[in-house]
Write a protein that binds this ligand. Structure first.
Ligand code: SF4
Length: 432
């Protein structure tokens, strides 16, 4: 769906009696850094251009959404992706540089696997549909945003909203996940308030009927049955998922003799039963069939008896090719892959807590924005090392930020100091 026009946005403001519409990114900018908020929304500094992550984020969104919008077929999707890789390499824009060549390669390999293997959602998917949510605080706050993808799952009756993520999965658990999910919580609040049109019919959805979900594009789930019979699911980077299961794979191959011994034991037991005098002819037929099946299985497994060197080679090859294609059939069948979705469990309690926090943030921003000395109101402390990753790699305002300039100067000093001669060298220089 297209973006709302200026006139449509004004109409929403009028109808809901507010002077401004909020976006999630505006509120979260304040939470990220008060000074960043000041530069972006008070000073209104505009920075053109992307960084490498926003560039690839847009490409990835467009490609998967284009599939649902009918802009390309599934197989054309990966071709378009490869063209984007070429385009990116030709751009040579220093602003789009990844922190390292290796990071770029891994990033692209993960996405390449996604666009080759992702399972297409089998229902009608709508992309970029506008959503509104209203919160009452010092004043009325109306949020307006767009849902990446949404659909009604007819098998569960749930309304699913999907957010595509090309970022790392770290932080997508526990309390941090709830922090990350704020945008989707706003959308879920809006949908539960205003309802949603599905196939031309306006429907209402309670919070329990709404699933908020991240599609972690660079990852997948590997599910397999453990020795104790319980299934295990583990998440792995797509480009190296086989490496993630190297230990269980090794065990599968090393345990073949043990498995064969177990089968032999079972066959002996059944033979004894079969030969017992009390057995009827019908029972013997059934037991003979079971024995023959086990003998077949045993014979089949014999081909999987490998020596330790062969096992090493097989595992190394599987890791290098990131594929189980050359592994024995029983190994291939043991592991199943699925797309890595992270669903956030929404409860009234979680949502209430979030709303209180959000309204508090919006009230603070509103009060600070009304202050005479806004610079002072939105100022911040020095950039600490622990938070510098965002400033260095992600902040598009860093070239306008005095705190960043200070940080760089400090780092420069630190480096200079590092190059300074040691105490011993100094004494030697002075001939002491
Ligand atoms: S560089 Fe860091 S301190 Fe400066 S505006 Fe950006 S996030 Fe804030």
């Amino acid at each position: 769906m297209g973006r709302l026009s200026y006139e449509q946005l004004n109409m929403i403001k009028e109808k809901l009696e507010v002077k401004q519409l909020w976006s999630f990114s505006k509120a979260s900018t304040y939470t990220q850094c008060t000074w960043l908020f000041y530069l972006k929304y008070i000073e209104k500094i505009r920075v053109k251009g992307d960084n490498c992550y926003t560039w690839w984020g847009t490409v990835s969104h467009d490609l998967i959404q284009g599939l649902y919008d009918g802009e390309h077929t599934y197989s054309e999707m990966i071709d378009k992706f490869e063209k984007k890789v070429v385009e990116f390499n030709l751009l040579g824009d220093p602003k789009l540089k990844f922190p390292s060549e290796n990071e770029f390669k891994n990033y692209v390999d993960n996405l390449r696997h996604y666009f080759t293997n992702v399972r297409q959602i089998p229902y009608k998917v709508i992309n970029e549909r506008p959503v509104l949510a209203v919160f009452e605080g010092d004043e009325r706050y109306v949020f307006q945003g767009y849902v990446d993808s949404e659909y009604l799952d007819p098998t569960t009756g749930k309304f699913v909203i999907v957010d595509y993520k090309t970022s790392s999965i770290s932080g997508f658990t526990g309390k941090k996940l709830l922090e990350k999910a704020r945008q989707l919580m706003i959308y879920a609040t809006g949908i539960s308030t205003f309802g949603r049109e599905v196939n031309g019919v306006k429907r209402t959805f309670s919070l329990e009927d709404i699933v908020i979900r991240y599609d972690m594009m660079k990852y997948l789930n590997i599910t397999y049955l453990q020795k104790n019979g319980t299934p295990k699911t583990t998440k792995a980077e797509r480009r190296a998922w086989v490496g993630k299961i190297a230990s269980p794979l090794r065990k599968d191959l090393e345990d073949v003799p043990k498995e064969m011994e177990k089968i032999e034991k079972e066959i002996r037991k059944l033979e004894r039963k079969h030969n017992a005098k009390v057995r009827t002819e019908e029972e013997r037929v059934v037991l003979r069939k079971e024995i023959e099946e086990l003998e077949d299985l045993h014979g089949n497994m014999a081909q999987y008896l490998f020596d330790p060197f062969e096992i090493n080679d097989m595992i190394e090859e599987a890791i290098a090719t990131n594929s189980l294609a050359k592994m024995p059939q029983f190994v291939q069948e043991k592991y199943s892959l699925s797309d890595c979705y992270i669903d956030i469990e929404l409860t009234e309690e979680i949502l209430e807590e979030f709303k209180v926090e959000l309204i508090d943030t919006l009230n603070t921003i509103t009060r600070k924005s009304a202050e005479k000395n806004k610079q002072e109101a939105f100022t911040r402390g020095h950039i600490e090392n622990g938070e510098s990753y965002y400033c260095v790699n992600l902040c598009d305002m860093k070239d306008h930020c005095e705190f960043y300039a200070d940080y760089k100067a400090h780092q420069g000093m630190f480096l200079t100091n590092n190059n300074a001669p040691s105490e011993e060298e100094l004494l030697a220089m002075l001939g002491l």
